[in-house]
Design a binder for this molecule. Sequence first.
Ligand SMILES: *[C@@H]1O[C@H](CO)[C@@H](O)[C@H](O)[C@H]1NC(C)=O
Ligand SMILES: *[C@@H]1O[C@H](CO)[C@@H](O)[C@H](O)[C@H]1NC(C)=O
Ligand SMILES: *[C@@H]1O[C@H](CO)[C@@H](O)[C@H](O)[C@H]1NC(C)=O
Length: 403
Amino acid sequence: MAFPSAPSTLWSVSLLTILFAAAVHSNIFNDDDPLQPMTSDETVSVGGTVILTCRVAESDNSSLQWSNTAQQTLYFGEKRALRDSRIQLHRSTRTELSISIAEVQLSDEGEYTCSIFTMPVRTARATVTVLGVPGKPQISGFENAVPEGGKVTLTCTSTGSKPPAKLHWYRGDQELEGRPDVVDSDPEEPTYNVSSELTLEVSRSDDDALITCAVEHPSLHPGDKRSEQTLRVLYSPNVEILPQSDLPREGEKFYLQCSARGNPEPSSYLWEKKDGELPPLAKVDGAFLRFEMLNKSDNGVYLCQADNGIGNNQGEYTLLVQDPTAMSTSSGVDHAVIGGVVAVIVFIMLCLLIVLGRYLIRHKGTYLTHEAKGSDDAPDADTAIINAEGGHSGAEDKKEYFI
Ligand SMILES: *[C@@H]1O[C@H](CO)[C@@H](O)[C@H](O)[C@H]1NC(C)=O
Ligand SMILES: *[C@@H]1O[C@H](CO)[C@@H](O)[C@H](O)[C@H]1NC(C)=O
Ligand SMILES: *[C@@H]1O[C@H](CO)[C@@H](O)[C@H](O)[C@H]1NC(C)=O
């Protein structure tokens, strides 16, 4: 009573604190309220179906209700309140009310409300996010084959995504760095058009290369939507001369083929022999140089020049005509096998000879006659001795082998 003001101030502060704590506490309690409805946010792609579920832990048999983004009641318990065949009752029990919305449109996005008509009314909100599914990407900017060393700029565009899609470029399996995506938006439309540019300086190895543009978006699986563009590069031919066989033999028929790869295909071939005329029995037949009958006088360096209008290049081949009896070197493997077998046989025979030699030296006294006989007819000596010795010598022989 001595200081009435101070304690009353203290009192009111602590009262506020208690009230505040109680308020916070009751909020927490609200979450544990068994009658509080619970919902979850959902994400769905345009055209898909979404199920909105509202549950209460316990029921006092009060009705549950779902209403849409415009606060229109969709279902009141099992009773349909809005005529929209896309919206159906999914499940209705004392503790749950679930509805489904099919063929979802972008305009279905927003906050839906579940209410339970207790005293007071309890509500929960669920946010439905609708994804705009990007269209198949379109690649533009490539019409005609480009000369080697030239630049190609491709543009990939995908429309109608929400949120904006990401575009990726690939050459085969390898990802390429394009310019950052450009996102077009229109305040009238909820979706975006996305485009990306890729500039390539092409070389001959890019002829026939497959460039892919793929869309990355939460509504898609990787690789779902992609487009491909095959590059065409004009380049002068790569030339190589291929012989009919690796073993041109005198007197045989033979040809050289001028293998030239270019874009376009080479249209003309020019055959020449270095330091001289083409032999009289060699006939030019487009990409082929045909020899009626090879002759050692045909030896020399042959040249083929292929032209495709873009440019020309030359290939070289040194012809070395072999004797008519020459063996093919391609059977070198067989020679090696035969050589190996011969070597093994020779080795085994040498071993036998050494064993035999040791045996004969040990038994020199006893088998002098045999030794003499053996030296006359070496290959049959061991057979002869084995025959002469009979069964009992086996153990002795073995002992000697292991020394
Ligand atoms: C709810 O209704 C069921 C049957 O309809 C009844 O058995 C139950 O006692 C009711 N519960 C409450 C809390 O009124
Ligand atoms: C996206 O592209 C479509 C078709 O080309 C077009 O109709 C639409 O207006 C474009 N939208 C935006 C946001 O630019
Ligand atoms: C190769 O050519 C020479 C001279 O032209 C000729 O004498 C020879 O008989 C020819 N050899 C064969 C195998 O035709």
